[in-house]
Design a protein around this ligand. Structure first.
Ligand SMILES: NC(=O)c1ccc[n+]([C@@H]2O[C@H](COP(=O)([O-])OP(=O)(O)OC[C@H]3O[C@@H](n4cnc5c(N)ncnc54)[C@H](O)[C@@H]3O)[C@@H](O)[C@H]2O)c1
Length: 406
């Protein structure tokens, strides 16, 4: 039996996927509210295909509880934020979950840490913790790290098709866990050691962050000297070995805006390019805010309350707002003691920020200047409704005449 600990964006679909592929699964979350919702047959976030997967998992006998179970395998998928000051990974959620697992785990149980952690974290934080509690690693308890690569918005497809990495002390234990993931995963599954698995996950997200930062830096250079960054990237990408990403209003989410900081925190004198890249990405919401003021000045607009941000989530067509560029921009505006920007996102139905709208028509009636912060399909299908607005398009998706860019 598998006990999945932490039923968030990653733990829930993983638990559902296993249960719908013949594995006996109990999902544990310490939040009673979340467990009640799942028991009532409701998913806790929106994702294409999640409701169907949920039904298949219910048919497969999945159960939800706040209690930790006696199980052969524990999959720990709790949050791993970073300390904003030291930039190091915060491991307390992982160790707390493991502490509770150890209270019920039978001899020989396998604890799989799925949460993203910086290289060496399991050695530094988990091993001593387990040993201090009186367990012999390799005999009483086996440790495995199986990081997750899926992207919100395409989670179900990616769970089924992505290649995976499993890090284990003991290759036989690694193979056992490989068999478990292979019940649903059609991709290649590489078995390696724990520290290598930890590093690969962080490096993958760091690669993405550095490449995004390069595009964002180009956008700033081009803006400074009146060049068209999109045209330049398009032409450069015709080179057979060049593939520049698109600039944007910043980076959010639980991965690319967080994990690279672990390397900066742990290797401050070495991770220089990474440090600068993260700072560049983090500077983008401020850059957009300055563009807003610049454009207002150019247009002779003085009323910030007639300006609206389209999109609150960190990426298109999902309801996840964590670390989103729009939230960062609003925080920055508050720090400058200014407020008044209006906000709308079709995926955010509850009130989370001031001046928030829940209807596109009402939002558009309330503003003269729209900033496209997120490229949801909704706005792509409604571009003509921006024809009488001033538009700052942070994603280069709007072909209306006179549109501004970052
Ligand atoms: N969200 C992503 O796109 C993504 C992608 C790949 C990897 N990851 C990594 O996966 C891990 C989980 O991320 P997430 O987005 O699912 O986080 P999340 O915050 O959505 O989910 C974590 C869940 O764990 C629960 N929890 C915390 N401590 C617990 C405990 N002791 N016992 C039981 N439940 C507990 C929380 O209530 C929450 O429901 C993180 O390390 C993240 O970096 C996330």
């Amino acid at each position: 039996m598998v006990n999945v600990i932490g039923l968030g964006y990653i733990g829930l679909p993983t638990a559902l996927m296993m249960a719908s592929h013949g594995v006996e699964v109990v999902g544990t979350n310490h939040s009673q509210g979340k467990v009640d919702m799942l028991k009532a047959g409701k998913t806790t976030f929106e994702e294409d295909g999640l409701d169907e997967l949920f039904q298949a998992a219910l048919d497969g006998g999945i159960q939800f509880t706040t209690e930790y179970q006696v199980a052969d395998v524990y999959i720990v998928s709790v949050q791993t934020p970073y300390d904003k000051f030291t930039k190091k990974v915060e491991m307390q959620y992982v160790t707390a979950a493991i502490g509770d697992v150890l209270k019920v785990a039978p001899k020989g149980a396998i604890i799989v840490v799925e949460s993203t952690v910086s290289p060496g974290s399991i050695d530094k934080y988990v091993r001593p913790y387990v040993t201090e509690k009186g367990f012999k690693i390799g005999e009483d308890i086996h440790l495995v790290h199986a990081p997750e690569r899926i992207i919100p918005g395409n989670m179900i497809y990616e769970l089924l098709h992505n290649d995976r990495t499993i890090g284990a002390d003991d290759p036989d234990i690694g193979e056992k866990i490989k068999v478990l993931y292979a019940t649903f995963c059609g991709g290649n599954i590489v078995v390696t050691d724990i520290k290598t698995a930890e590093m690969t996950k962080v490096v993958e997200n760091t690669f993405r962050a550095v490449n995004i930062a390069f595009a964002n830096e180009l956008a700033k250079i081009c803006r400074h000297d009146g060049m068209d960054v999109y045209e330049i990237i398009k032409i450069c990408n015709m080179h057979p070995r060049v593939n520049i990403l698109q600039p944007g209003p910043g980076v959010g989410g639980h991965c690319i805006s967080v994990d690279p900081w672990f390397l900066v925190g742990d290797y401050p004198s070495l991770a220089k390019v990474i440090d600068e890249s993260m700072k560049t990405n983090d500077s983008m919401p401020d850059f957009v805010l300055n563009r807003i003021y610049e454009i207002m000045k150019e247009k002779g607009m003085t009323d910030i309350t007639r300006v609206g941000l389209y999109g609150l989530t960190y990426k298109e067509n999902v309801d996840d707002m964590r670390e989103s560029p729009t939230l960062q921009l609003l925080e920055s505006q508050e720090r400058h003691l200014a407020t008044g920007l209006k906000v709308y996102d079709p995926y955010i139905t509850n009130d989370v920020v001031p001046n928030q709208y829940h209807d596109l028509s009402e939002f558009l009636n309330a503003v003269d200047f729209v900033i496209i912060m997120v490229k949801h399909n909704e706005i792509k299908g409604n571009m003509e409704r921006l024809a009488d607005k001033v538009v700052l398009d942070c994603h280069n998706i709007c072909s209306l005449p006179g549109v501004y860019h970052i």
